[in-house]
Design a protein around this ligand. Structure first.
Ligand SMILES: Cc1cc2nc3c(=O)[nH]c(=O)nc-3n(C[C@H](O)[C@H](O)[C@H](O)COP(=O)(O)O)c2cc1C
Length: 247
């Protein structure tokens, strides 16, 4: 007899197989209340480092504000088109305020805390992505959040020690792309020890989607031609960058 968990397993496999990043959206609004409901469920269903909940999510639905975000995201049109943009933030501000109000020693403003909060925000975003997809909605991650970290932080009026780490656009899909390739299991699943790939292996699998098959909308995006990820460190608060080794 199938346990409830076994019964859910095919549903999960089906959900995984249905995933596509969606870059064209219908203008139709999202069902009232769904977004908060999904986010609340997602937080409960996602592990949280020390259960500190070092995360915040900012919803942007106002068309004029989405227009500004669209610019900050390098002009990626789905930010304008999708009815909802969610900005997932690493948030140590709340915890530090809590500590300050109790006269406790302040922490959570160093590089480890940044990573802890950033990873928590990232895994929350993926749970939320799956939850939206399970409702038939489409999503696309916006890696441009990192390129415009400071600008987005200012626009969303994030306090100190809160920074955006990723964003999702969410809406009803207006396209049905075919499933994109991934690396074959042998290329990235290792038994006990890392199995170094041979030159031939690398040649065969290093790029699951050859550049000519990448979505042209990704390659056209300004962020791929104007900004460098290496410039990111300089945009982080000095308390985080100060942990870098000198010289
Ligand atoms: C962290 C992250 C950032 C991404 N940023 C962008 C982005 O800025 N623009 C975009 O069009 N797609 C973005 N994507 C989507 C990827 O391009 C997409 O997942 C990949 O091409 C595989 O396609 P699939 O999701 O349809 O399987 C991002 C994905 C991740 C995980």
């Amino acid at each position: 007899m199938n346990t409830p968990a076994q019964a859910l397993a095919p549903a999960f496999a089906e959900l995984m197989a249905a995933h596509r990043s969606i870059r064209d959206y219908k203008p139709d609004p999202l069902p009232a209340g769904l977004v908060d409901h999904v986010l609340e469920d997602a937080l409960h269903g996602t592990s949280s480092s020390g259960n500190l909940n070092l995360i915040s999510v900012v919803k942007t639905q106002d068309p004029a504000r989405k227009e500004v975000l669209c610019e900050l995201h390098g002009g990626q049109p789905m930010v304008r088109q999708a009815p909802l943009v969610l900005t997932f933030c690493a948030d140590s501000f709340r915890t530090r305020e809590w500590l300050a109000r109790r006269g406790a020693r302040l922490g959570f403003a160093d590089l480890v805390s940044w990573h802890t909060a950033a990873f928590d925000a990232m895994i929350l975003s993926q749970t939320a992505a799956l939850a939206f997809e399970s409702h038939g909605l489409g999503i696309c991650y916006m890696g441009t959040t990192l390129f415009s970290m400071r600008g987005i932080a200012d626009f969303l009026e994030l306090p100190e020690n809160v920074l955006p780490v990723t964003s999702l656009v969410v809406g009803w899909p207006d396209e049905a792309p075919t499933q994109r390739d991934r690396l074959p299991p042998a290329a990235w699943i290792h038994d006990e020890r890392y199995a170094r790939p041979s030159g031939d292996d690398i040649h065969m699998v290093a790029m699951p989607t050859p550049p000519h098959r990448l979505d042209h909308r990704i390659m056209r995006c300004r962020c791929f031609t104007s900004a460098s990820p290496c410039s990111l460190l300089s945009r982080w608060p000095s308390s985080w960058t100060s942990l870098r080794k000198p010289g």
